[in-house]
Design a protein around this ligand. Structure first.
Ligand SMILES: NC(=O)C1=CN([C@@H]2O[C@H](COP(=O)(O)OP(=O)(O)OC[C@H]3O[C@@H](n4cnc5c(N)ncnc54)[C@H](OP(=O)(O)O)[C@@H]3O)[C@@H](O)[C@H]2O)C=CC1
Ligand SMILES: CC(C)(CO)C(=O)C(=O)O
Length: 309
């Protein structure tokens, strides 16, 4: 299977490196700056005490446009803020049989991809991994979790989904095909807006927020707001899943923060519109009140305006 990973950042770099290390035919579509850094330093993954280096196959948008090459699988791993440009850049890699698996948090990117490439080429993908880039561009894996869920958007069971799942599983990734990947995307969205809203509003880790009086109540209220939107959209969060998410966002002493918080704390733009703007707009359309998520949205918008000015 020829695999093109679009974006060699924290998640794409990690999953792509794991797939390449397992012997898969992986090429990274990267922008010139990242290409130069990877050629100089290699793609390094720091996983606890283990550090491994890969010298991956790279292609830039210019090179791909000059020699269009259809790939079997395109794994889209950019931030939502880079989505439109990435869609244009990856287009020459899409042929009649290409499967595009995005792994962004949120949902709106699915519609954007389907509009550009046709819904039949787009699968749903949900990444559960905790990775970040350090100052050298190396990938740091911050927690043992490495899960990838994918599926057809219409819920059907297809040979290509099983084939891709097996490629991930054979590389050692906990790869799953949920009963309904759109529901899985919604539930990840609920989780990410809860933990993102909590840590962004309170400017602390899950443990720090919960150590303060009222922190646990805020985590619970955020989760319930986000879950109410998901339920109104037809994707109710089952009680066991709600409990599992609650356990994570109320865990005493937990050092966990989401990538959104890392971006905020580092003064970088965040995926505010894709994650929060979209969810609160859908909440309004569905008649679901979301005062806490609205506050988080406003907070992140103020940051966005400042850092993009
Ligand atoms: N980090 C995490 O733990 C998790 C993140 N997610 C989600 O995954 C998505 C990606 O996040 P993450 O991997 O953290 O983001 P990163 O910013 O670490 O990586 C994104 C990469 O995309 C590259 N990129 C942007 N535009 C293009 C383009 N046109 N062509 C090629 N490369 C491009 C950037 O490269 P450049 O160097 O050129 O800027 C960057 O390296 C987000 O939606 C996030 O919410 C989901 C699960 C976990
Ligand atoms: C919370 C987490 C790590 C779960 O995969 C995530 O999606 C993110 O940080 O963006």
């Amino acid at each position: 299977m020829r695999i093109l990973v679009v974006g060699a950042g924290a998640t794409g770099g990690y999953f792509g490196a794991v797939l390449a290390r397992a012997g898969q035919d992986v090429t990274f579509l990267v922008r010139p700056g990242r290409a130069a850094a990877l050629r100089r330093r290699g793609l390094r993954v720091v996983d606890g005490d283990e550090v491994w280096r890969l010298d991956p196959a790279l292609v830039t948008a210019e090179e791909l446009a000059a020699a269009p090459t259809p790939y079997d699988l395109v794994l889209l791993s950019v931030k939502a803020t880079a989505l439109d440009a990435a869609i244009a850049d990856l287009a020459p890699a899409v042929g009649p049989d290409t499967a595009i698996v995005p792994q962004l948090n949120g949902l709106a990117h699915i519609d954007a991809l389907a509009a550009r490439f046709g819904a039949e080429r787009v699968l749903g993908g949900v990444a559960k991994v905790v990775t970040t880039l350090d100052g050298d561009g190396d990938i740091l894996r911050l927690a043992p979790l490495a899960q990838f869920a994918l599926g057809e958007l219409d819920g059907s069971v297809s040979p290509r989904v099983e084939e891709i799942r097996k490629v991930f599983a054979d590389a050692g990734i906990d790869a799953r095909v949920p009963a309904d990947v759109v529901t899985a995307l919604w539930h990840k969205w609920v989780f990410i807006t809860t933990i993102g809203g909590l840590t962004a509003l309170m400017r602390g880790t899950v443990g720090e927020v919960n150590a303060a009086p009222g922190g646990t109540e805020l985590a619970t209220a955020l989760l319930d707001e986000a879950a109410a939107v998901s339920a109104a959209a037809g994707h109710a969060v089952p009680e066991d899943e709600r409990r599992a998410s609650l356990d994570v966002v109320t865990a005493a002493g937990s050092p966990i923060v989401p990538s959104l918080y890392r971006d905020l704390a580092a003064g970088r733009p965040t995926e505010v519109e894709h994650l929060f703007g979209d969810l609160t707009a859908r909440a309004r359309a569905l008649g679901v009140p979301t005062p806490l998520l609205d506050l988080a949205t406003l907070h992140l918008r103020v940051h966005q305006a400042r850092v993009t000015a």
